[in-house]
Design a protein around this ligand. Structure first.
Ligand SMILES: NC(=O)c1ccc[n+]([C@@H]2O[C@H](COP(=O)([O-])OP(=O)(O)OC[C@H]3O[C@@H](n4cnc5c(N)ncnc54)[C@H](O)[C@@H]3O)[C@@H](O)[C@H]2O)c1
Length: 258
């Protein structure tokens, strides 16, 4: 199918890599005009060229950057219909060893960044009076604890609840707010398992559908949720994870210690 997002304008943060990049690619293929935002200027330039999208260098933890990114969608394409908040990062460190700066880095990007983007994307939609949809990329880590991932899991759980609160507040103004919770997806974020067969095996043992995900798995959900086919879906997070959430997160601490 094509043209499912014809005439829509989307902003995709974290759009220079991995899941965000594939969402941006599929959105363009479905007829949307897309602005990609990312803090990695080199990758951003590459993706801008490959997709023919507009691009803006931004740090999602800085409100002025977020306003500038939303402003670019409005000035270049005249409106904003879809915000996809995919910028994120994480790293493994135990609760006992974690520094305040490490905690702040993860929570600022993964939770505050989503809040700032959601706020300004929603303002543009409400001010224009046409509504829209905001898609927050959470994670199975919102529900499933992972060793060494306390900041990441806490931030992603926060994203799931932020999605619910915002959907409640913004529904009357015709703004839908939904989440996607990916399971393990092969992207630059997850190289820690791609080149370590025993770690990958541990993940695979807990994925009932028997394979690791690819960015397209998430992009397919993002196309549906961003389209008018999903016009009565808001507040929930859709977990796209090969049923990983039905099992447990691998004991990553064991691999770190070995
Ligand atoms: N890959 C997975 O297995 C997986 C699983 C669950 C959730 N997720 C989530 O999916 C989202 C995308 O992850 P990915 O796997 O595509 O990772 P990725 O590293 O390939 O892409 C993330 C992008 O976000 C950008 N970014 C990071 N901090 C930023 C900031 N402060 N401002 C602007 N851009 C910033 C990076 O430059 C990068 O281009 C993240 O929110 C991640 O937590 C990924």
């Amino acid at each position: 199918m094509s043209g499912r997002l014809a005439d829509k304008v989307a902003l995709v943060t974290g759009g220079a890599s991995g899941i965000g990049r594939e969402i941006a690619r599929c959105y363009v293929a479905e007829g949307a005009s897309v602005v990609i935002g990312d803090r990695n200027a080199t990758l951003l330039a590459e993706v801008e060229k490959a997709l023919g999208a507009a691009a803006v260098e931004m740090d999602v933890t800085r409100e002025a950057d977020v306003e500038r990114a939303v402003g670019l969608a409005l000035s270049r394409f005249g409106r904003l219909d879809i915000g996809v908040n995919s910028a994120g990062l994480g790293f493994g460190v135990s609760v006992l060893e974690q520094t305040e700066a490490q905690w702040d880095t993860v929570v600022d990007v993964c939770l505050k960044g989503v809040f700032l983007c959601l706020k300004h994307e929603a303002r543009a939609m409400v001010n224009a009076g046409h509504g829209g949809v905001i898609i927050n990329i959470a994670s199975i880590s919102a529900r499933q604890p992972g060793e060494g991932l306390s900041a990441y899991c806490a931030a992603k759980a926060g994203v799931e609840m932020l999605t619910r609160c915002a959907a409640m507040e913004l529904g009357p103004q015709r703004v839908r707010v939904v989440g996607i919770g990916p399971g393990l997806i092969d992207t630059p974020l997850t190289t820690f398992q791609q080149d370590r067969p025993h770690v990958r095996e541990a993940f695979l043992a807990n994925i009932p559908l028997g394979r690791v995900g690819v960015p397209r798995d998430i992009a397919n959900a993002a196309v549906f949720l961003g389209s008018d086919e999903a016009s009565w879906i808001s507040g929930d997070t859709l977990f796209v994870d090969g049923a990983e959430l039905t099992k447990k997160y691998p004991e990553l601490g064991r691999f770190r210690r070995s």
